[in-house]
Design a protein around this ligand. Sequence first.
Ligand SMILES: [Zn+2]
Length: 380
Amino acid sequence: MKVFVHTPELDVGGYPPSSPFNTRRAGMALRTVEQMGTLDGSDRGVVPPVSLSREQLERFHEPRYLDALARASRGEHDLQALRMGLGTPDCPIFPGMLPYVSLAAGGSVVAAGLILAGEAEIAFNPSGGYHHAHPDRASGFCYVNDVVLACMTLAEAGKRVLFLDVDAHHCDGVQDAFYGRSEVMTVSLHESGKTLFPGTGFEEEIGRGEGRGYAVNFPLPVGTYDEAYLRVIDQGALPVIRAFDPDVIVLELGMDSLAGDPLAHLELSNNAYADVVERVRRLGKPILATGGGGYHVENTVRGWALCWSVLCGDQEHHDAMSFGMGGVLLETTEWSGGLRDRTLLTDGGRRGYVDAEIEAMLRRVRSLVFPLHGIDISLP
Ligand SMILES: [Zn+2]
C-alpha cells in the first residue's frame, strides 16, 4: 500500500497564522493529490495519524521539557519554558499546541508501524519532519521530533535505517540523536551552516565512536541549482547509501530548498526533488517520507504533490498526465502548468561559483567518509 497520512483534525488549530510555518500545507497537498487522481486505486489510501502518548514522547524528550510543553499548551508562559525554546519567535506558544504537535508527529510513528507490519511500502506524512527538535528544547519551528521517534521505532525492530534529509536546513536534532550509533545513518544535503540556521552540518561532522561514518553532511553554497544538487546526490549521497544497504529509508522532504523560498537561498526547481525521490525509490526499499520546511506555500504544496506521485511510481505517466490537466486548479496557485516547475536557468557566473564550491565540498566528504565504508574516493 501507498499511504498518505492525514486527518482533517490537522487542518484545524495548528501554528498561529503569524508563523511562517504554515500547518495548512499538508491538507492542501492532500487535496491536490486528490484532484490530480494520484490517490485513486486500490493500492493507495489515506490513513489518519494517532496522537503520541506521554510515554511515547518520553522515548526521546525529557519529562521536564514535556511538562513545559504541556504548561505552554494551556497558555501559561514562564521563564523555564522560554529557556527550553518555548515562546520564541520560531517556536511560539499557541493554544492546543501539545495536542497538535503530538498528532502531527504521531503520523510518522504510525507510518513506521505500517512499514514494519508490511502494510505499506510507501508512507508520507506531510505534517511531519520536525528535525530540529531536541530532547530538552524546541527549535526552528520544531517541538516534537517525529523523525527521531520514527527512526527509533524502526531501529528497535532491528531495521537498518537510512535517514535522508533534503530540507534546506541541517537536521541537527536527528543527527545528534544518532551521532554515536551505526544502525541509523543520517545523510543531509542543506544550505551551509555558514549562511543558514542552525549553523551545523559541516563536512567534518561524521559521527563518533560506533557511529563514525554514519553521519554524513553535504553543506551547499547559496545558489545551488538542480544539476549541481544531483551531482551531490549521485557522487556523494548514493554511494554511501548503497554501501550502508538500509532496510528502510526515512526521507525528510522539506521544500525550502526550492528557488524562491523566503527563508533559504538554494535555487532548486521541484524537478530536482522529483529526480532525488525517483533515485531513492529505485533503491527498492520501503520509504517513510515526511514534510518539513517550505515557506513558499504554493510551491511547497505542489512539490509535495509531485513527490507523492513519484514515490508512487507514477512519474513515467506524470508528464503526459500534466499536459492533459494543464488547467487543473491547484487550490491557490497561479501556476497552471501541472505540478512540475519550469526548468530554471542559471547564469554562467553563478554556475562557476557553485560548481567550484561543490567540487571542493564533495572531495572533503568523500575523503572523510568513503574509506570508512570501503568506497573508492576518486571522482568519476
Ligand atoms: Zn528547513
